[in-house]
Design a protein around this ligand. Sequence first.
Ligand code: ADP
Length: 427
Amino acid sequence: MTILLGCIADDYTGATDLANTLVRQGMRTVQYFGPPGDDVVVPEADAIVIALKSRTNPVDEAIEQSLDALNWLQGAGAAQFFFKYCSTFDSTPQGNIGPVTEALLDALDEDFTIACPAFPENGRTICYGYLFVGDKLLSESGMENHPLTPMTDASLVRVLDAQTRHPVGLVDHRTVALGPDQVRDAFAAMRSTGHLHAIVDALNDDDLLTIGTACADRKLITGGSGVALGLPENFRRAGKLSTDTVADQLPSMPGLSAVLSGSCSQATLAQVKAMQRSRPSYQLDPLKLAADEDQAGAALAWALPLLADGPALIYASAAPDDVRAAQDKLGGQAAGALVEAAMAKIAVGLVEAGVRRLVVAGGETSGAVVQALGVDGIRIGPQIDPGVPWTTTMGTTTIGRTELALALKSGNFGVEDFFLKALDCAP
Ligand code: ADP
């Protein structure tokens, strides 16, 4: 097998978002959670996304995991690589976007790459290096309250510069508007002045296509899923990718349905409220979890008798003040870990009871759920909302050969009635 594009994503929902973009552009794409073992039969694919759960890990661990993934992708024949992170540049003051990028560049013997998290279809644009979410600066968008990676500065040049050993430059939208040749020239100018990284502005999909074309010969590209929009066409122009592939077909997956939400992002809070209007819901509380109450068991006992009548929602999602109150008492990481462990246990219980269609909200939350279910990899299917496709599992899980349909949603993605909309179009 020889793949064209090898991708490494720093969280599970982000990986799926990238895979969704590639599939929509006609690349057959599969996603693995960590590099697949030698016993895994990898299907024929044009792109493989290795999803890591490295966004908030210690820097050294994130680098090690990313280099392992790179190594596997090189073994699968990839000649171009993509490091995918969140379209809101979720990171901590230490990293991990900067340090992982520099480690990948070193391993590839490369001296330049771009950083472009823009995703205009979902309202993320970059102008003069400042990241906007809709009409708000990143730092005023609600992301300043994120439980794990609060983003309090919208200047991506400044944020990345604080995480890197080498200087960060900017290719602004006036250059991007001139076209791929001028963008390529700007990259050359950046390299000649010792910049290892360039934030690249993008205001719309045309800008992303221009940037994608300009990156045809770059060994490493870093960014959100948006900047991958232009890459498949490069392979087509080079005669390496077919023009008529149907890449998003999934097997049908009948069974019970449920929604798990551990995301506290603004969009998710509205989606939780919307589902509560017509379906039953159960709230987990980190303080009760910390007091050793078996809330996971209680949530399962509550949900199982209801599911025959339709989907139920189990959530820990809470408004910023409640999240802060829990974090003040327990610590941010500890509160998150408690909720994630409970969600993981609930997911396993639900699947054991016959749930086959599971919607999970939250990147870290999805990571915990997928790990607990022992899912190796997923096939990517049709899009539900921008950045979120339906997927089905491949191979075995901790509960045997049972296949599942999973919709893994990043915090701020999806329309208000996303949960029921997703289940209405489940495979
Ligand atoms: P998103 O995609 O919105 O960033 P994540 O799942 O990645 O969502 O991150 C949300 C984090 O917040 C998780 O670690 C989750 O366990 C944690 N969390 C969820 N609910 C609460 C809560 N009520 N209090 C504190 N932390 C919470």
